[in-house]
Unconditional design. Structure first.
Length: 263
């Protein structure tokens, strides 16, 4: 099991055991019963301690046609465990002829319990099967629960404040999307481990629609030569200020030169 493996390695490796780097994420999910769908959301910042490793990380993992898992924790663990569960559920679907959400929760929570938290996987799993829409939380130590709305990650408190305020059972799909965006924005704006963009997954009986970067707050600025500003007011080699072509002041001092149009 995972726990015995960790004990064996800690005894054999010299020195102290390396500490895991702190990670940050905001993920959330809601059930829209009246609309018959589940909506998951996530930010897109992946961190390595205090370093932003990836500004556009996809944290919404497609498990089946109408099942998605939003992951918080260690990226490699989440990718591998979601891939493992995806293949397991595909084999189950081929054997039984139908998709069910409950096997994902029971099988993954059992595996995480065996590893006693050493797999960094905290998930919010949402799906729509023959029993209707459902939402589940799975913690790294293997505990699992069902809810109408849930959050996970370092920005979960800020996201939960939005869900507690705005959630109602009869949400429409678009109202649910707006609420989910607000929840993820709460984590992005109030948690240093969360950031960049907002991703949304809308899960229905017929399939999943993933909307990437429905809100983007970390866009790369264009290099100076690509900007629409056509004139630079220069003093020696130093740029004093920039003006569009139509707004170059008439009272530019004589010892200041105006550059030729660059656009």
């Amino acid at each position: 099991h995972g726990a015995s493996r960790e004990k064996f390695l800690s005894e054999k490796l010299p020195g102290s055991k390396p500490a895991a780097k702190k990670t940050g994420t905001t993920i959330a999910g809601i059930v829209c019963k009246e609309a018959g769908c589940v909506i998951l959301g996530a930010d897109t910042r992946a961190t390595e301690g205090s370093v932003v490793a990836d500004k556009n990380c996809l944290k919404l993992h497609q498990i089946a046609n109408s099942m998605v898992a939003a992951g918080a924790g260690t990226a490699a663990d989440l990718d591998m465990q979601c891939e493992f569960m995806r293949s397991n559920l595909e084999l189950l679907r081929m054997a039984t002829g139908r998709d069910r959400c409950s096997p994902f929760v029971s099988r993954l929570s059992s595996k995480l319990f065996q590893y006693q938290g050493n797999l960094g996987c905290a998930l919010i799993f949402g799906g729509v099967d023959d029993l209707g829409p459902s939402l589940h939380q799975i913690a790294p130590h293997g505990s699992a629960s069902s809810a109408l709305y849930a959050t996970f990650g370092s920005g979960s408190l800020a996201a939960m404040s939005q869900l507690e305020t705005g959630y109602k059972v009869n949400l429409t799909q678009e109202e649910g999307v707006d609420l989910m965006i607000s929840a993820i924005e709460g984590g992005i704006f109030n948690d240093l481990g969360s950031g960049s963009n907002v991703d949304i997954a809308i899960i229905t009986k017929t399939g999943t629609e993933t909307r990437r970067s429905v809100r983007a707050y970390n866009k790369r600025l264009k290099p100076r030569e690509e900007m629409a500003l056509s004139h630079l007011v220069l003093l020696g080699e130093k740029v004093v200020t920039e003006f569009p072509a139509a707004d170059v002041p008439a009272d530019v001092p004589a010892d200041v030169t105006t550059a030729m149009e660059t656009s």
